[in-house]
Design a protein around this ligand. Structure first.
Ligand SMILES: Nc1ncnc2c1ncn2[C@@H]1O[C@H](COP(=O)(O)OP(=O)(O)OP(=O)(O)O)[C@@H](O)[C@H]1O
Ligand SMILES: [Mg+2]
Length: 276
């Protein structure tokens, strides 16, 4: 430890964002299972479910948080009351609304939110964001605040094109995470999948100019769907399955020591809401 300031910066939580160009490619299953693995490894984890979609994090974990971020923004409850302790040692914040609803809250509400987030964020080592599909302008600064951006895609051309478009938009907007990870999910033929991934990486590196930190393939396995139906995340029930092993691989790379960031989490949140 060289000095105190460096130590403080190092203690900031790492922000891990799970995004995709197209919907239904496995963001939520990855975000939930990754958050659980990080917690199993002794890290304090906050899972922030930005997507109030159909199979959201609370459904996958089989929990029903009493309050959502919407309740906080409507001044019904404190942010502490929104944080829900799941049985997986992962704390969960559920949004309880569409991303578009965020626009309806004024700057003061959002400014209150970041003050409260600051207090809460310092309790965690990792904050995992589960985003809605597609590049959303409202969330741009969130992407920008990521230490790790996990881009999920399927191996089908439409999904790859959407993922590429997302990545390209990121570069145009100057979003530049420290760690940029590609996950190809629901792969039926792993050999074929590896080939597609290789090509995809070279296209992204060449045409979007983004260096890829790591790549991961997740096989299409009925146990994943079962885990959704049973509301039992597969890293807790099928620890040796390929999808679980793939998630351990993602956890390994995000837990690797990263260079000290210039911006603290709170600076990023301030930037997100265009205040401070
Ligand atoms: N590796 C896999 N093998 C089999 N089925 C899978 C796999 N990954 C995901 N699925 C299925 O796809 C569904 C969609 O996954 P998930 O909800 O995580 O996608 P998403 O990207 O979060 O979707 P949305 O964009 O709607 O938020 C899951 O409920 C599951 O049934
Ligand atoms: Mg989802």
């Amino acid at each position: 430890m060289h000095n105190q300031a460096e130590g403080l910066l190092r203690d900031q939580p790492k922000v891990v964002s799970v995004a995709s160009g197209k919907g239904g490619v496995g963001k939520t299953i990855i975000a939930v299972n990754l958050a659980i693995v990080l917690a199993q490894r002794g890290e304090k984890v906050l899972l922030f479910d930005v997507d109030a979609g159909f199979a959201n994090a609370e459904i996958l974990m089989g929990v029903t948080p009493r309050n959502t971020l919407k309740d906080f923004l409507q001044k019904r409850v404190s942010l502490e009351k929104v944080v829900f302790q799941t049985p997986y040692q992962v704390d969960l914040i559920s949004t309880g609304m569409d991303v578009d609803d965020l626009i309806t809250f004024n700057l003061q509400d959002k400014s209150d939110l970041y003050n409260h987030l600051q207090r809460i964020a310092s309790n965690y080592r990792f904050i995992v964001f589960d985003f809605p599909p597609g590049f959303n302008e409202e969330l741009e600064k969130f992407y920008a605040s990521s230490d790790h951006l996990i881009m999920v895609t399927a191996s089908e051309p439409t999904s790859l094109v959407n993922a590429y478009t997302f990545v390209k938009l990121m570069t145009v907007k100057g979003v530049d995470p420290d760690g940029f990870h590609l996950v190809m999910n629901m792969v039926k033929d792993m050999r074929e999948g590896r080939k597609i991934m290789e090509k995809f990486v070279s296209v992204i590196t060449r045409f979007a100019g983004i260096p890829i930190t790591s790549t991961h393939l997740i096989r299409f396995e009925p146990l994943v769907k079962d885990s959704v139906n049973k509301q039992m995340p597969f890293v807790t029930t099928k620890k040796m399955s390929q999808p679980a092993l793939a998630v351990y691989g993602i956890a390994d790379v995000v837990m690797k020591k990263q260079p000290v960031k210039k911006l603290s989490f709170i600076d990023k949140v301030k930037a997100l809401f265009g205040v401070g």
